[in-house]
Design a protein around this ligand. Sequence first.
Ligand code: HDE
Length: 698
Amino acid sequence: MTDRTTYETRRGEGGETHQVTGASAGKQGHGTLTSNQGIPVSDNQNSLKSGRRGPTLLEDFVLREKIFHFDHERIPERIVHARGSAAHGYFELTHSLSDVTSADLFQRVGDKVPVFVRFSTVAGGAGSVDTPRDVRGFAVKFYTREGNWDLVGNNIPVFFIQDAIKFPDLIHAVKMEADRAFPQAASAHGTFWDFVSLMPETTHMLMWAMSDRAIPRSLRTMQGFGIHTFRFVNSEGKSTFVKFHWTPKLGVQSTVWDEALKLQSADNDFHRRDLWEAIASGNFPEWELGVQLFDEEFAASLPYDVLDATKIIPEELLPVKPVGRLVLDRNPDNFFAETEQVAYCPANIVPGIDFTNDPLLQGRLFSYLDTQKSRLGTANFHQLPINAPKCPMHNFQRDGMMQMVVPKGRANYEPNSLDQANEESGPRECPATGFRSFERQTGKEEQGDKLRVRAELFADHYSQARLFWKSLTASEQAHVASAFVFELSKVEFQHVPPRMIANLLNVDKRLGERVAEGLGIDLPDANPCAREPLELEPSPALSIQKNMLETLEGRKIGILIADGTDAAMLDQVTAAVRAAGATAFLVAPKVGSVKLSSGEAIAADGQLAGSPSVLFDALAILLDEKATKKMLSEAAAIQWVMDGFGHLKAIGHTQASLPLLQKAGIEPDEGITGLDAHFLKAAAKRFWEREPKLRSLA
Ligand code: HDE
């Protein structure tokens, strides 16, 4: 095992290490500021000058080193998934999978493995907003006893393209446009829709990307998927296909589009902050890992190809078996050293897990290792603490830029016949426990002439897009149709929207018509299909609304207070909210001091203008008559209520604050309640049925 943290000096012929000892060693304690060479710094405020008002001297090595290092603080951001947030935690096995895989982490129930999980958006740069309409990355590094396993997935179970060779085109098309460098973090622009409308294989993924899945409320309320079909291999060498699913304990929750847009201005870091605060306050986010297991025969019975990453296997057809829990319980100590430098790679797998021939996965196996060299600058990036395995690691790879390890001995090659007894000869391969690729007897489909082709069933581009559409509620369908209208309305190439609609007509005739009507353009003819779509059974599991958990756990309730707020009622509401597992966040016109009815002065958590209601899952308004009157001429207060209503949230209020609701144009419905038990129940929901009265959807 390599030792990465010794601060010892290496000296002398024999290469033995010595601690710095002697009289001078203790002189600079932990508190002393030093240069990178360990030289104590006497003044960190002033550079060295010739005279009081004279020029700065080149010999000021303290200044030069500090600025030199600062100048090089940035590394290239990820070409995709640049914006991300991460946390440490563990994976705990709840059901053994020893019958299907020999992977050590899946053997013993109760075993825990440390993990580092990074969530990300795809299209935007590292400094972009957290809430654009976009796919989210869900990358998990398991530090297992048999090495690192990276499950580098997304929050949507399919992907845009089927073959890795199209990935650079897809990403070029979706990122900011080449000449003008906008829009940032948005797929609503010409080049993206030009590309995808020419690539019918993207249709299924587009349906998901236009759905509420792409505007999650929190990173804690997203599902995650391995997407590709992988293999498990057991101790007898038998293989089973596997698809991986992460299910959030809090259920899947999303925003409404107007809310996502407003969150971009309310809090650029909305998801990052939410994850951080949840962990810091001990509300550890949790997911269940589930697997879909199947064999070759089952795969062959499906009307689609399991090697095609644009397809799912509905869980109604093949249930998801729970196997363990993922808990995130520690925020990173340092964003750069951990979140920025973590290097995931789908090729990092452990004995008992293997790849399939999915042509998208195969391309990824090359890409991630390659990109790390460009981002982290050296082939030794695996030595960074966040990337290093937590199990012993020995081999004969040596040297390279930024070598952190000081290997001992003469053997840097194998075979060798140096003294084994003294471990001078180094490590050896182990046929019994080492990783072995699954030796599949390949059929005629998997071998033969070199061909640049796709397998036959890959040509079905619409059946599962239709399946997804049919699985949604009417409200979710309206969101999808409206998202297509929104995005296509930003496309200035006039020939592109009709071409996209021509694809959508193959998914569902009404969907195509609704998008055309929403844009106000003529309906084109449907595109010819390479393969006629099949009428597959809907999968209710794919709908967010049908599966939403009505719980307050993990949510944040905004409570509007002001001078005069009833102290007893405030106590009651905050206690009830906290007892239900939610956070109570007090919003007031003045953050420093609010004088309650009892005469007690309390501080609020946020100032009204800086705490818009998009930040909360439900709202409570605890104003008295006088404060309400004042708020009637306060735009931020009116907007607070109006947006809460428009984003389909529950609003509990005192009788005295009713005029504020009226001023905001609110027509009472089931979600508008008093501040009693009804409010707590309502606060766990979104009121989808309110939406058609508020905005016209496509
Ligand atoms: Fe990635 N992808 N990807 N990708 N991907 C990267 O690796 C790539 C794909 C995913 O939090 C890059 O370290 C190719 C599918 C996540 O650090 C890069 C192809 C899925 C992350 C790369 C794909 C993903 C990445 C950029 C097509 C879902 C962020 C920086 C063959 C299963 C990981 C990096 C993190 C990151 C290449 C397709 C997920 C360039 C070539 C499909 C979650 O290597």
